[in-house]
Design a binder for this molecule. Structure first.
Ligand code: FE2
Length: 380
């Protein structure tokens, strides 16, 4: 397997300028629309070590929906369910199953973020809106991106409450030990046939992102299936959105399977960073999280490919953790099986030891593993 050609990973001038009109401080939170937020919240606490943070529902004056907010270090998840028939959230869940509705970005100025992006062609989702309570105020605005996914801009410098106005502190007696998840490293979107360039162009033109790297179907193909991918990043590199589209292969691409079951474009995976992937994955496995496996043969020549690493190979092999290297260092990564009934979203755990890339050297081994799962679902 080839190593990553890293020359395109340096941020371009164009990329640095992006910070001028849309400075992004980081990912504020990710909101999922789910069928049963109460039980989903328990899953993310018990299996993934998230801590309860905030709540909004009937008790806070909402009539038709409920949201639980969970946090682990810098990662915040919002799980939202409808309380009555009909309405937008039900329609979303009916169409897509549980999935990511909003990737919320933390900004200094939500009104300016809205102006700058809509001026450049973004479709409005939420006009700048100020919400207040006794802890201060938050300004929110939003634009549409691929599928029914949206970006919310969150300006929270004048707010000191647990999450945002409308939410109260959520303090159940149950607490699960965190598993060492630190921050969102990247979030990947799957889009339809021939739509990758359209959406990469959207991130470039509307949000000022630049392309970090691209992979074509020669990089990402197995004997049977293929996909193409480009990684878009904002100016300071804190936000990275790879965009995938299916490519022609002898059998059905995993991206096509996703699009079919999600009923359109959407978030394929959230990659979360840890400082100790062996400990994190050991904890997750104990709590029942299921990961893709690679054949033992992967580990026979992996060190020839990636060179010396700090970790012992034995626990990596035991846990099925993959290794890749680029010009700047190496990375360790592992992918869960889909975490929902529909074969749609999954989670990646990544530990970067200098590497800024995405594990290209692992694609083939990984996709052969995904194909084995697809075959078992009868969707290959
Ligand atoms: Fe990834």
């Amino acid at each position: 397997m080839s190593t990553v050609d890293n020359t395109s990973l340096k941020l371009t001038k164009e990329n640095e300028q992006a910070a001028d009109f849309l400075p992004l401080l980081g990912t504020d939170h990710v909101e999922l629309y789910v069928g049963n937020a109460k039980q989903a919240a328990y899953y993310y606490m018990a299996a993934w070590g998230f801590q309860p943070l905030a709540y909004a529902g009937l008790e806070t004056g909402l009539k038709d929906k409920v949201s639980y907010v969970l946090q682990q270090d810098k990662i915040r998840l919002v799980l939202t369910s409808p309380l009555k028939p009909g309405g937008e959230i039900n329609r979303h869940v009916n169409s897509h199953g549980d999935g990511v509705k909003a990737i919320a970005l933390w900004v200094d100025n939500a009104s300016k973020s809205y102006e700058e992006t809509t001026k450049r062609g973004a479709e409005s989702y939420l006009k700048p809106t100020t919400v207040k309570d006794e802890h201060g105020e938050v300004v929110l605005s939003g634009i549409h991106t691929y599928g029914e996914t949206v970006h919310i801009f969150v300006e929270r410098s004048k707010y000191s409450g647990p999450f945002m106005p409308g939410y109260i502190k959520w303090d159940p007696y149950y607490r699960a030990e965190p598993v060492g998840l630190k921050y969102i490293d990247h979030m990947v979107g799957n889009v339809g046939w021939n739509e990758m360039n359209k959406w990469c162009d959207f991130y470039a033109r509307v949000m000022g992102f630049a392309q970090l790297i691209s992979f074509d179907d020669k990089d990402i193909s197995t004997e049977y299936t293929a996909l193409m991918s480009k990684v878009m990043s904002n100016g300071n590199g804190r936000i990275k959105f790879p965009i995938n589209e299916p490519a022609e292969g002898r059998k059905k691409s995993q991206i096509e399977e996703y699009i079919e079951f999600y009923n359109g474009a959407g978030v394929q995976h959230i990659a979360v960073a840890t400082d100790n992937i062996i400990e994190t994955v050991t904890s997750l496995k104990k709590r029942g999280v299921e990961f893709l496996t690679v054949p033992a043969i992967y580990y026979e020549d992996v060190l020839d490919r990636v060179g010396e690493i700090d970790e012992d190979l034995a626990p990596l092999k035991e846990l099925g953790i993959l290794i890749d290297r680029d010009d700047e260092g190496y990375l360790l990564q592992i992918f869960t099986k889909p975490i929902l009934d529909r074969p749609t979203m999954f989670i990646e755990i990544i530990q970067r030891k200098g590497a800024k890339s995405f594990g290209k050297g692992n694609f083939k081994a990984l996709f052969e593993s995904i194909e084995r799962e697809q075959a078992s679902r009868g969707t290959l």
